[in-house]
Design a protein around this ligand. Structure first.
Ligand SMILES: Nc1ncnc2c1ncn2[C@@H]1O[C@H](COP(=O)(O)OP(=O)(O)O)[C@@H](O)[C@H]1O
Ligand SMILES: [Mg+2]
Length: 463
């Protein structure tokens, strides 16, 4: 069970106060009790002294001057109470029943209960004729004093604890509130998408909570400094990433023109009418195909760099079905020995997006199903509509993606080791582009693969 700091502080200080108050109250009560008994014992002794001075018959000693009303007197002879009485007024006494314990009273003061008259403090003294005169004074007034004291102590303690509880709660709440604000700031920062790599502005702890003279303020100040560092680090990272992206985009862009020239000149030389031997013809063919590969690579790099830079895509409403049909007819033209199957929905598969990029997604998936599988492989492309999503599924019954490649298959330059892939000459950027385009459309791509069943599913939000 977790208890809040506030509750812990309040409860422990109140408990402490309650304990201390109880100890003080008990000690006071005991001391006063002692003091009052002592005083009463003195008074009883004086009363006994007066009685001895007038030790007449029976209980007449009660009638000596100075004896207080309610004074108890008894004459004990041979271990038995002869007569016991209480002084009720000037010159008048009233007989009272006395318990046998009165007969055992000696010079030491003792407390004896006289039934309806309550407790008495008594002391005994022996007369010359061998009787014992027992004199006593009531304890009631002292007991009333003590009871009142205990009641007052309890009331004061309770009131003190209640007051302390309120004051403590207020003070602690005030002290803890800035901590809550620090936590809120930290939580807000922790909810930011820090992994996106973009430059961001982080929330800060309010200036009021960064006073270095308080502990909370020190934490707040440290938190703000840390957030500042994090922000700077992010800005620096973002800056260098942007520069790198820009560099790749520029480099790719710059490479397009010379590459186009190379291809053009190779073609010109091939068809140029000048006779050349088979070796030259072969070399020219290689130059053309390698330059073609490089062009694709450069185009892919440029596209990825632009997608990374968050270059806005075209956003128009379009139907995915014709895109898929076009891509399949291209694929069929390139690889007629594969079996190309397609299944389309009755309604248009409408999404909002960039036509050329989405066309490229389908083309890349179909190109993979073509280049990484042997002739005779069946490739089934399905467009399906869900209430809020449109998905394109490309499945083939080829050899599948190697299990060790599968987790990184959407990574850049991730390629299978098989000689087929090498021969097919892919750059390893095809699926990276598929994934980046899907994400730029707020969609996603998933893959599952085992020998005989490889499935790529791209799903996009429906219009
Ligand atoms: N349909 C598929 N069947 C088998 N392997 C595949 C399939 N699609 C992709 N792969 C594997 O995934 C790798 C990455 O694909 P891709 O990013 O398009 O790069 P590339 O096609 O240029 O090699 C490929 O090299 C291949 O090994
Ligand atoms: Mg590919």
């Amino acid at each position: 069970m977790t208890i809040s700091l506030e509750t812990k502080l309040v409860v422990s200080s109140i408990a402490l106060l309650a304990i201390v108050s109880a100890v003080i109250a008990t000690a006071t009560t005991l001391l006063i009790d002692d003091f009052l008994i002592d005083r009463l014992d003195h008074q009883v002794s004086s009363a006994a002294h007066r009685s001895m001075g007038a030790a007449g018959p029976e209980v007449s000693f009660l009638l000596v001057p100075g004896q207080a009303v309610e004074t108890f007197g008894a004459r004990v002879r041979q271990g038995a109470v002869r007569r016991a009485a209480v002084l009720t007024g000037v010159g008048s006494v009233q007989d009272v029943p006395a318990p046998p314990s009165v007969a055992r009273v000696t010079g030491e003061p003792v407390t004896i209960n006289l039934g309806p008259m309550g407790d008495y403090r008594m002391v005994g003294a022996r007369t010359r004729d061998g009787d014992v005169l027992v004199t006593g004074l009531p304890l009631t007034s002292m007991q009333t004093t003590l009871t009142r004291l205990v009641v007052v102590e309890a009331a004061v303690t309770l009131a003190g604890v209640a007051l302390m509880a309120i004051a403590c709660t207020l003070v602690v709440r005030r002290a803890v509130r800035p901590l809550g604000r620090l936590a809120a700031t930290a939580t807000r920062v922790s909810e930011l998408p820090l992994a996106s790599g973009d430059a961001i502005r982080l929330a800060r702890v309010p200036a009021a909570d960064t006073d270095a003279r308080t502990e909370v303020g020190q934490v707040g100040g440290a938190l703000n400094r840390m957030l500042g560092h994090v922000e700077t680090a992010f800005a620096v990272r973002h800056e260098s990433e942007t520069r790198l992206r820009q560099f790749i985009a520029d480099a790719s862009h710059e490479l397009r023109t010379p590459l186009a020239s190379i291809v053009g000149y190779a073609e010109l030389t091939e068809r140029g009418g000048e006779p050349h031997g088979p070796q030259t013809a072969h070399a020219l063919g290689r130059i053309r195909s390698e330059a073609g590969r490089m062009t694709t690579l450069v185009e892919d790099l440029l596209l990825l760099a632009r997608l990374d830079a968050g270059r806005p895509l075209e956003r128009v409403e379009l139907d995915l079905s014709p895109i898929v049909v076009n891509a399949i007819s291209d694929a069929y033209a390139t690889a007629p020995r594969h079996r190309w199957l397609v299944s389309l929905p009755d309604q248009p598969a409408l999404v909002v997006g960039d036509h050329d990029r989405l066309h490229q997604v389908v083309t890349n998936l179909l190109a993979n199903a073509r280049t990484h599988t042997p002739p005779g492989t069946t490739v089934t492309t399905t467009v399906s509509l869900d209430p809020d999503r449109v998905s394109v599924r490309v499945a083939d019954d080829g050899p599948g993606i190697p299990p060790e490649l599968l987790p990184h298959v959407f990574g850049r330059f991730a390629r299978g080791d098989g000689s087929r892939s090498r021969l097919a000459g892919g750059s390893g950027l095809g699926l990276a582009i598929v994934s980046a385009v899907a994400e730029a459309h707020e969609g996603r791509v998933e893959v599952s693969s085992e020998p005989g069943n490889t499935v790529f599913t791209v799903s996009l939000p429906a219009r």
